[in-house]
Ligand binder design. Structure first.
Ligand code: SF4
Ligand code: SF4
Length: 423
């Protein structure tokens, strides 16, 4: 009898599906492909077939399970509260167990991303050769045709100096007084390698507000791309390394400027535990994690009207894009809107379907770039409808995809993290 351990863990969630098909109205992949296998109902059905021993993990099955953004739009609107994200992650984990990761992911996840030093070394190497890739603007590079084997998507430019090379281990409050609290700063890969200025802005913001910030050198990638691809083993290793990195720092909270990182760190307890001990440890860690958007409003309790707009944005019309990892994974939607609506000097316009996925989905966009562009096309329609000059969000992953698609659609909008908008 086959060992279906990973699928057995989530059997209860796929059993909940009552086949109403409501999810098809909300699934961005189904909206483009109109295939039953794209949507939560179809995926649930196939997983149940595997559990019943009536279906094998074929290449076609792997493709179906891979074609999900994990945006959770279906789950958020499912009357039976089916948790398709858990079903898909478990199915991917089962697939990895049976067929392995494949050479490219094996190298990228286990040899590069799982090791902070190696990741930095390879990123520096890429940084040296990135001049060979044609650049548009907004930090997006077009991959030349001869490396299309890596996938077709455009990639962001790497920063001249990575955040890890600019940062100090400890930052004291700027007013010179006793800190009102001590927080750990979690960098995340996109902030480290692409948007180091976001990390520096967050530290500056926190220390101006009387917070002491510590930055442990041995923190790693959060593991999102890795464990969402089904490599739970490497995911657990990264979770353990990150927990260890912050363990003895005596911090009240761990804050990050990346919506995907904050959700991933909080959700170690949901997707990764193999034992009760791990579950307890990951749950304990979750309690300390805060996204920058919730930290400034809910913990620091800065009144939204106290935020000051940076001069260069005066007179602009602004709209907000909800990253899936903020709005559905962490239920963070009011805090950033409160800041944007209260900022004097800009006009805030709500975007139609602001919570719709931008189409990035981590490695989804590498393997299904054409689909990513179609899904992002709907997001672009929403942006155009607002007449906004600036799209604001709080996830560097979304920023990369939004900038790419704004440029592909020859639109004039600029994309910024909310931290860039405020003084
Ligand atoms: S909305 Fe929920 S219950 Fe209905 S078909 Fe989709 S997953 Fe099943
Ligand atoms: S998580 Fe998103 S992409 Fe995946 S099935 Fe649900 S709605 Fe579709």
């Amino acid at each position: 009898m086959k060992d279906l351990k990973e699928l057995k863990k989530i059997e209860q969630f796929s059993d909940q599906c009552m086949k109403c098909g409501f999810c098809s109205f909300f699934c961005p992949v189904y909206q483009e492909e109109k295939m039953e296998t794209s949507v939560a109902r179809g995926k649930n059905y196939l997983v149940k077939q595997i559990l019943a021993g009536k279906q094998e993990f074929t290449h076609e099955m792997a493709d179906i399970i891979g074609k999900c953004l994990l945006c959770k739009r279906c789950a958020a609107n499912c009357p039976a509260k089916t948790q398709i994200d858990r079903v898909v992650v478990a199915a991917r984990a089962q697939l990895v167990k049976e067929k392995g990761l494949g050479a490219i992911k094996e190298f990228a996840f286990r040899k590069v991303m799982a090791n902070r030093k190696a990741f930095g070394k390879y990123a520096r190497l890429m940084q040296k050769f990135q001049w060979m890739m044609p650049t548009t603007e907004g930090k997006i590079k077009h991959l030349p045709d001869f490396v299309k084997g890596l996938g077709k998507r455009n990639f962001p430019s790497l920063a001249k100096t990575f955040l890890r090379d600019q940062i100090k281990p400890v930052y004291k409050p700027q007013n010179g007084e006793k800190p009102k609290m001590r927080v750990g700063f979690f960098m995340g890969c996109a902030t480290d390698f692409v948007y180091p200025e976001l990390g520096l802005k967050l530290i500056d913001f926190l220390t101006r507000h009387g917070v002491e910030v510590v930055v442990p050198e041995d923190q790693n990638c959060c593991g999102a791309a890795i464990y969402f691809s089904g490599d739970l083993e490497t995911g657990r290793m990264l979770a353990d390394l990150n927990i260890k990195a912050f363990k003895d720092l005596n911090v009240d909270y761990i804050v990050t400027a990346c919506g995907t990182c904050s959700s991933t760190l909080k959700d170690y307890q949901k997707y990764l535990p193999d034992t009760e001990e791990q579950k307890e440890r990951y749950t304990e860690f979750e309690k300390k994690i805060k996204d920058s958007t919730e930290f400034v409003i809910d913990i620091l309790k800065i009144p939204p009207e106290d935020f000051k707009l940076r001069k260069e944005f005066e007179g602009k019309t602004v709209t907000w894009h909800d990253p899936c990892h903020l709005v559905r994974y962490q239920n963070i939607k009011d805090q950033p809107r409160a800041i944007l609506k209260a900022l004097k000097g800009i006009k805030y316009v709500e975007m139609p379907n602001a919570d719709m996925c931008c189409g990035m989905g981590g490695s989804f966009s590498v393997y299904h770039y054409d689909l990513t562009k179609k899904i992002a096309g709907k997001k672009m329609d929403g942006i155009k409808a607002t007449g906004a000059d600036i799209v604001v969000t709080a996830c560097p992953g979304c920023m990369i995809n939004l900038i790419d698609n704004v440029l592909l659609n020859k639109m004039p909008q600029k994309v910024h993290h909310f931290l860039e908008l405020v003084e």
